[in-house]
Ligand binder design. Structure first.
Ligand SMILES: Cc1cc2nc3c(=O)[nH]c(=O)nc-3n(C[C@H](O)[C@H](O)[C@H](O)COP(=O)(O)O)c2cc1C
Length: 197
């Protein structure tokens, strides 16, 4: 058991992506020795930056708005340039990402690509999903893990007329949970390797 801390840094305008963030955090917590901290990005305080600095891994999450991460997330990304400028303060942390939107596609992939490029600019190490696309054969089910078929990170879909109590559906929250567990496990391996080196 290796103790690791995973920050889930997220924005959610109406609560749907917050449900996904909570599922990622629960997935982290399902791994022995791993703890998750939810870090909302609506207000960027000293505590926000301290939580991210203390984390071994950061999972970035935001709703897809107009085909990219929400403006609140982008404001956070730009503000993080001060960490970038301080000798790549997040260098070698593990990174991953998730996004939620109303359409099945909704151009969610663009948000995940944005997160991955952002992590690369910070010298972080990106971890994707390791789950074959679900719900993609005639006998497959909407309940399959990774039903939206993403490799780069976890996707969720929320019907536009449903509140955050009802969307995204459990199937997508299970996929988010799986991403959290994977990030925790990979972070443990990464830390053990670093300590052994
Ligand atoms: C300004 C705005 C832009 C949006 N753009 C998209 C989009 O590009 N693709 C999509 O599928 N849904 C889009 N949506 C829908 C949201 O992604 C969806 O309602 C999501 O569940 C909101 O998550 P939240 O409750 O965490 O804010 C948009 C919503 C808003 C408010």
């Amino acid at each position: 058991m290796t103790a690791v801390r995973v920050a889930v840094a997220f924005h959610s305008g109406f609560g749907h992506t917050a449900r996904q963030a909570e599922a990622v955090a629960a997935g982290v917590g399902s791994v022995d020795g791993a703890t998750a901290e939810l870090v909302p990005l609506d207000e960027l305080t000293d505590a926000t930056w301290a939580a991210l600095a203390a984390a071994d891994a950061i999972v970035f999450g935001a709703p897809t708005y107009m085909g990219s991460p929400s403006a609140v997330f982008k404001a956070f990304a730009e503000a993080s340039s001060k960490v970038w400028g301080a000798d790549l303060g997040w260098r070698d942390k593990i990174a991953a990402g998730f996004t939620n939107s109303k359409a099945m596609s909704g151009d969610k992939l663009n948000s995940l690509v944005d997160f991955a490029v952002f992590a690369a600019q910070h010298g972080m190490i990106w971890v994707g999903l390791d789950i074959y696309p679900g719900w993609s054969e005639s006998t497959a089910s909407i309940e399959d893990l990774n039903r939206l078929g993403s490799w780069l990170g976890a996707m969720a879909q929320s019907d536009a007329d449903l509140s955050a109590e009802k969307a995204p559906p459990a199937t997508d929250l299970r996929t988010a949970h799986a991403l959290g567990a994977r990030v925790a496990t990979i972070t443990q391996r990464h830390l053990r390797g670093t300590l052994a080196a």
